[in-house]
Write a protein that binds this ligand. Structure first.
Ligand SMILES: Cc1ncc(COP(=O)(O)O)c(C=O)c1O
Length: 352
């Protein structure tokens, strides 16, 4: 089609991010909370939602959720930008950058960190993690920062899909050295218990993103937020599409914050299960299993595709990441409910 010739070449060249539907399988492929919200919580939310006037636009900034988050995190509301998922935040940050400014990250990491810059024709600079244990050559990374002067650095802490945290000493050095913004993506913060929110005061170039999609079990709602220095937020906000968070999503987020007790109980279960899963997987000689501070475990084996297909035939869907750069031989499994994890372990033992 002729009109296509007006589209960015960087866009038409790009492969779309896609997760294909696989019905009737045990889902251990998207690092979700494996528990749905209890019926009583869903009913209370539904009742509240039915009282809202949906003919009216939301306020531009999901102010009520912004305020509730500010209170919880001991920040000013102006330091928080709510968005339709943290994916949206990543895109907004890239689009806010001056044209052609390099974006930087590590490899392997979350796929959108390089997909978004590449789609919009920003250079992406990546430093490979060590193949042996997916740790970072910190000096190499810092040297690259000096050399390439990125306007934005994406680091998931813990990293996905490898599961490790960056060392504090490294991040402090990086925050001092980086000429531009540093986004620490804390999508899996609840599972690691490590946050850099307290460091915001010391580092005006630090941004932190969080999501309701993982520990709060709201992947289907699409809700995330960005925190940072207020004057920076004022500018970044302009790159948002107005009214991007609807009233239904905002209310779901507010309800989630009121139900901390439920989520804390589930979090504890996930952490216990993660440890059990890790220990049991480590007993399988043919696997190389990587320790994780998140709600998933990465492992390496000789024939990942065959293992992935075998698990699928057993009714289990995990993530085959083996074709991604730096992840040859690797599969990733999300921590599920005890019974699901046991089924996964049984099947994996059978395969191995
Ligand atoms: C590191 C990381 N950041 C962000 C996201 C996406 O979060 P959201 O659902 O809030 O868009 C994911 C999802 O898997 C992730 O792994």
């Amino acid at each position: 089609m002729k009109a296509k010739s007006f589209l960015k070449e960087s866009l038409t060249k790009q492969k779309a991010y896609q997760v294909l539907p696989e019905p009737d399988l045990i889902k251990l492929n998207q690092n979700e909370l494996p528990y749905p919200w209890p019926k009583a919580m869903r009913q209370a939310l539904a009742k509240h939602l039915s009282s809202l006037e949906l003919n009216r636009y939301p306020l531009t900034e999901a102010i009520n959720l912004q305020k509730a988050l500010a209170k919880k995190l001991k920040l000013k509301p102006e330091q928080i930008l709510v968005a339709t998922g943290s994916n949206m935040i990543l895109q907004v940050l890239v689009l806010a950058l001056k044209h052609k400014t390099p974006v930087m990250g590590v490899r392997p990491s979350f796929a959108l960190y390089d997909l978004i810059p590449k789609t919009f024709a920003y250079p992406f600079v990546e430093v490979p993690l060590r193949q042996s244990d997916f740790s970072l050559d910190e000096e190499k990374f810092l040297k690259k920062v000096k050399e390439k002067k990125p306007g934005l650095i994406f680091l998931a802490n813990p990293n996905a899909p490898t599961g490790g945290l960056y060392r504090q000493t490294f991040l402090k050095k990086l925050l001092k050295l980086a000429p531009g913004l540093v986004l620490l993506d804390e999508a899996y913060y609840e599972f690691s218990g490590v946050t850099w929110i307290k460091e915001l005061k010391k580092h005006p170039n630090l941004l932190i993103s969080r999501t309701f999609s993982k520990a709060y079990g709201l992947g289907g709602v699409r809700l995330g937020y960005l925190v940072g220095e207020a004057s920076l937020m004022t500018e970044i906000k302009k790159a948002y599409v107005p009214f991007n968070v609807g009233v239904l999503s905002e209310q779901a987020g507010l309800f989630a914050l009121k139900e901390e007790k439920f989520f804390k109980t589930k979090l504890k279960e996930i952490l216990t299960q993660r440890e059990k899963l890790y220990q049991e997987m480590k007993k399988i000689k043919s696997l190389e299993v990587f320790p994780s501070q998140a709600n998933f475990i990465l492992f390496r084996l000789k024939n990942p595709q065959a293992c992935f297909e075998f698990l699928k035939r057993k009714g289990l869907l995990i993530r085959n990441v083996s074709s991604q750069a730096g992840l040859a031989g690797c599969l990733r499994v999300s921590v599920g409910r005890p019974k699901e994890n046991q089924q996964f372990l049984n099947a994996l033992n059978q395969f191995a």
